[in-house]
Design a protein around this ligand. Structure first.
Ligand SMILES: [Zn+2]
Length: 190
């Protein structure tokens, strides 16, 4: 992989904004060498000097700390890895970073499948239960499935009013639409 494809670009942006894209570019460029977070920061500064304006404040966004935070975000999303060695003269750790961008489709697919599973579980829950809620304090928007309502003697634990059946058709419709949308998302690049 030599350049950032559109999926990767969007994903990086979602993870850490524009700076994550810049960090991504540096990780790609240094595929075959050791690069530290300090190198990455300097390279970005050098590369975008006078070309690109980061909002709201270039200086702020290009602090070493920001780059480090961004690298850790990429790491926690499995898009980057590091190894560290202790600098013998200072005693501090030096971190060398590399990307794992080849995994991006896999990671996105995993996220997509996880979301689909959550939607399906929720849909199943909505379909398999009858719900009851208090109309008097419905603003809390809490609804109880039949078994819970039964245990409460169909009385609201907050205000003591009678619990009444609550329609959930709109939720199941919404969830079905979301599941269809999720299926339509195409994550392959060809
Ligand atoms: Zn109530």
């Amino acid at each position: 992989m030599t350049e950032i494809n559109p999926f990767l670009q969007s994903f990086l942006y979602i993870i850490g904004g524009e700076i994550a894209i810049e960090v991504g570019k540096e990780l790609l460029k240094s595929e075959n060498e050791d690069i530290t977070d300090e190198d990455i920061t300097e390279n970005i500064k050098e590369r975008i000097k006078g070309i690109k304006d980061f909002e709201p404040d270039d200086e702020e966004i290009l602090k070493l700390n920001t780059v480090r935070k961004t690298l850790y975000k990429l790491y926690s999303e499995k898009l980057a890895q590091f190894r560290r060695i202790r600098d013998k003269s200072t005693g501090w750790f030096i971190y060398f970073w590399w990307h794992e961008f080849d995994l991006v489709e896999e990671i996105l697919l995993e996220k997509k499948n996880l979301l689909r599973q959550k939607l399906r579980d929720r849909l199943e829950y909505e379909r398999e239960n009858y719900f009851f809620a208090c109309e008097e304090c419905d603003k809390n928007d809490t609804k109880s499935p039949f078994s819970d309502a039964f245990e409460l003697n169909f009385r609201c634990p907050e205000c003591g009013s009678k619990l009444s059946a609550k329609e959930n058709q709109h939720i199941t419709t919404f969830l079905k639409e979301k599941i269809i949308q999720n299926q339509k998302v195409n994550l392959s690049l060809d």
